[in-house]
Design a protein around this ligand. Structure first.
Ligand SMILES: Cc1ncc(COP(=O)(O)O)c(C=O)c1O
Ligand SMILES: N[C@@H](CCCC[NH3+])C(=O)O
Length: 447
């Protein structure tokens, strides 16, 4: 397994993260356990800040959907990034973490009246408006609340990115955004400019996630600048903000070749500046919304190995105490991951096995065919690069409680999300009077 961030192998031959022995972490906090490498998370924030903000004055919005907790909000704020939230729940987390609302950008293709109300009340910086229904609802609410909403319109540039079908977002046939090609986007601009409680600032597009080809970004930037130019010619309005989304791919397994953030910045900024120059337009303030490339490589999940089942001549299944409940990505997108046996991290591979989860579902497989040292019940398995879209997409299928999360740094581990208990699983369950246990007995007795 490739070592990321502060990972190393210590003198006991164990995998270490943030100066903490992962076998000790598993023992102390239990498994499955999400481990976040604080230094690595912050270093990723900093490389974006340096490459975009320091070098070009561009704004970096951390995509909260990838990993969000109160502690994560605090780190993002300290690192000087803004934040992209996509729901009332994410916004509420940011509010409770006292994240500055002047740095919050509110996304979502179907924001409810309540969510818009909460965001207007909190005074978020911008609403990334996805459709005309939202634009009108927002204007109406802002009028009722005697305020104005700062708006960026989300557009569909018609750019096809090379990534999994389910995580493409920029193509015309998409649930997101206003289509440029068929005039929908232009109509929305004119409407936004006419609405009395909307301040239009600019445009947004996002072409997809886990993308390695930087050309797609340059292409999207040029399509967007073309639109900016057409809007100027038709209305005289000049776009001052251009948000080009997130999406930079990361390393999960061999074959993945992530591009440096500096190259990504150079391509995007170069394309925007050149396009502006060619069209005689001022260069808008550029924003990007990286998520996976900040949180993904900073996270590792620890599991304990339980049942090991060998089907001679077929396959050896190694079952762990988590799976699709804490990481649904392999089941959803056939995502690949790397792993190591944390207590045998210095040993050479001895066998090829497949890692199964514990859900009652054949598709609950974390990794197919991985070479590892001989794996035995009780071993600690570490799966790397699980920081993005794992905890945030986790679920309680089979009533499995969600894992705890610890933040590790300089040999210290702090719990930032407590492990769910069985009692937590029942927190929202209600037994109506007629189904109370005593009543059930009476029904049985009267038969
Ligand atoms: C609108 C938007 N912004 C930002 C992101 C974050 O993207 P990524 O995690 O790929 O950097 C996404 C997710 O793909 C998104 O849909
Ligand atoms: N959840 C997806 C990414 C979604 C991107 C779309 N906003 C993943 O785990 O890869």
């Amino acid at each position: 397994m490739k070592l990321h961030g502060t990972m190393g192998i210590n003198s006991r031959g164990h995998l270490e993260i943030g100066g903490c022995d992962t076998v000790d972490l598993a023992r102390e906090f239990g498994t499955p356990l999400y481990v976040v490498d604080e230094e690595h998370f912050r270093a990723n924030c900093r490389s974006y800040y340096r490459a975009f903000t320091e070098k070009y004055g561009a704004e970096v919005l951390y995509a909260a959907k990838t990993l969000l907790t109160l502690a994560i909000c605090r780190m993002v704020e300290e690192e000087g990034l803004a934040m992209d939230v996509v729901s009332g729940g994410e916004l509420y987390t940011a509010i409770k973490a006292r994240f500055p609302m002047s740095r919050v950008y509110f996304h979502g293709n179907n924001k409810s009246r309540e969510e818009l109300h909460l965001a207007l009340e909190a005074r978020v910086s911008r609403f990334m408006v996805d459709n005309l229904y939202e634009l009108e609802l927002l204007n109406q609410l802002a009028r009722e609340m005697r305020t104005r909403a700062g708006v960026i319109l989300r557009l569909t540039p018609g750019v096809e990115a090379h990534t999994h079908e389910y995580i493409k977002t920029g193509q015309i046939d998409s649930k997101f955004g206003l289509v440029i090609e068929n005039g929908q986007a232009m109509a929305a601009v004119k409407e936004a400019l006419a609405l009395d409680h909307i301040n239009l600032h600019g445009f947004h597009c996002h072409i997809g996630s886990q993308i390695f080809e930087l050309d797609s970004y340059a292409h999207a930037a040029r399509v967007m600048m073309d639109f900016v130019s057409r809007v100027y010619r038709e209305t005289g309005w000049i776009c001052s903000e251009l948000n080009l989304g997130g999406g930079l791919g990361i390393y999960y397994a061999p074959g993945d070749q992530p591009r440096p953030v500096e190259d990504y910045a150079a391509v995007i900024m170069g394309a925007v500046r050149e396009s502006a120059l060619e069209r005689g337009l001022p260069v808008p303030r550029v924003m990007v919304e990286p998520g996976r490339s900040i949180s993904g490589p900073a996270g590792t999940t620890l599991y304990t190995v339980g049942a090991v089942k060998e089907i001679p001549g077929v396959r050896k299944y190694v079952a762990v105490d988590g799976g699709m409940g804490d990481n649904p990505r392999p089941a959803l997108y056939q995502s690949r991951y790397e792993a190591c046996v944390a207590n045998k991290a210095a040993m050479e591979p001895a066998e090829v096995v497949s890692i199964a989860g514990k859900c009652c579902e054949s598709g609950d497989m974390l990794i197919w065919d991985i070479a590892l040292p001989r794996v035995e019940p009780g071993d600690v398995l570490a799966v790397s690069c699980t920081g993005a879209y794992n905890y945030t997409m986790s679920m309680n299928y089979n009533r499995l409680p969600r894992p705890a999360m610890v933040l590790v740094r300089d040999g210290r581990a702090d719990v930032i999300v407590q492990r769910e208990t069985y009692a937590d699983l029942l927190r929202n369950d209600v037994i109506p009077e007629r189904l109370r246990p005593g009543r059930l007995l009476n029904v049985a007795a009267s038969r």
